[in-house]
Write a protein that binds this ligand. Structure first.
Ligand code: FPP
Ligand code: MG
Length: 331
């Protein structure tokens, strides 16, 4: 069994929306079925129950918190999850990642050529399905979020190995590559329920803050997690030259010779096999993990505050608990 959502204790939280989530699974299987044997095989591999399904849960809970009584949230949740899946296929190629959720990535199994095409296929298939609904405000959201995600990945890649990456640009990368889709899922839920622009803004704030916290925790786990529970190697972001918040904090805390040594290790990470461990030790000693965790906790607080004006239903409570759980993630 892949690591799946066991990395977060979501079972209790998901109980209230379990039948909707089951419907999302059926919809995913239906949409990803294909008469083409290769597409069908890769899709079976991708959509087996391995993911946390956080984005569908956010969409469903947002819709219900806002009073939505229809059934279309299942379809839109499936589309959001497909876009997320497509983005991970491409991201694993960009990041040279061969393991995800404890399993071979698509490009490790089928090669990069097929993976690029499969990612394209899934993405455009979800947009084509969305277009059939003719609900243009929702289609706009899906198209815009993908533009933001690609831009986020591009900025991140172009800043690889740059020890001078600022916290501001780091947060811009996270906002675009991760938080935008969290926000999009919440806002689709709100739009389905027909909420006011003011409430939409609050859902946007909630999704964005939650997404930023989620990705900061993901980034600090690269320094601190265990390969076995993570389902992917530790320090792999560092090896690929990704400059993340714990490292940014360590670089700014270091002075003089220490700073020069850190920069030298980052620059020579490919040739010095001891660089990842050494950098990890420096980051730990500089308190880079604690300060990054504090920043994630700030975003979780902000996320929960954004929900204050919504009715205090069990669904709002679940959204708040998802935010708290992000901080407890250990894989
Ligand atoms: C994971 O980040 C990746 C993302 C959050 C977004 C990836 C987006 C794209 C590749 C562009 C969109 C493309 C399509 C086809 C929709 P990470 O590498 O920090 O996290 P990881 O450790 O889970 O890999
Ligand atoms: Mg990656």
């Amino acid at each position: 069994m892949a690591a799946g959502h066991k990395s977060l204790p979501l079972d209790d939280l998901y109980r209230g929306i379990q039948s909707d989530l089951n419907d999302v699974e059926s919809r995913l299987r239906e949409i990803s079925a294909s008469s083409n044997p290769l597409i069908a095989e890769v899709n079976r591999y991708l959509f087996q129950k391995g993911g946390k399904r956080i984005r569908p849960a956010l969409l469903i809970l947002s819709a219900k918190m806002c009073g939505y009584k229809g059934a279309d949230h299942v379809f839109w949740s499936a589309l959001v999850e497909i876009i997320h899946t497509a983005s991970l296929i491409h991201d694993d190629i960009v990041d040279n990642s061969t393991l995800r959720r404890g399993q071979d990535t698509v490009h490790a199994k089928w090669g990069a050529n097929i993976s690029v095409l499969l990612g394209d296929f899934l993405y455009i298939q979800s947009i084509a399905l969305a277009l059939k609904t003719k609900i243009y405000p929702l289609i706009d959201l899906l198209a815009d979020v993908t533009v933001a995600m690609v831009e986020g990945e591009l900025i991140e890649f172009s800043m690889s190995g740059r020890a001078d990456l600022s916290e501001e640009v780091y947060l811009e990368i996270l906002d675009k590559k991760t938080a935008a889709l969290f926000s999009c899922a919440c806002r689709i839920g709100g739009l389905l329920a027909g909420i006011s622009p003011g409430q939409q803004e609050k859902l946007h704030e909630f999704g964005t803050s939650l997404g930023l916290a989620f990705q900061i925790v993901d980034d600090l786990l690269d320094f601190k997690g265990e390969e076995k529970s993570m389902g992917k190697p530790v320090l792999s972001d560092f090896r690929e030259g990704r400059i993340t918040l714990p490292l940014i904090h360590a670089v700014s805390a270091a002075q003089g010779r220490d700073r020069a040594r850190l920069v030298e290790l980052i620059e020579n990470r490919k040739t010095r096999s001891d660089a990842p461990r050494q950098v990890r030790d420096i980051v730990l000693a500089a308190g880079g993990l604690d300060s990054a965790y504090e920043r994630a906790a700030d975003y979780v607080r902000k996320a929960k505050e954004s929900l204050a004006e919504f009715p205090a239903t069990e669904h709002r409570q679940s959204l708040e608990r998802i935010a708290d759980l992000v901080l407890q993630r250990n894989a």
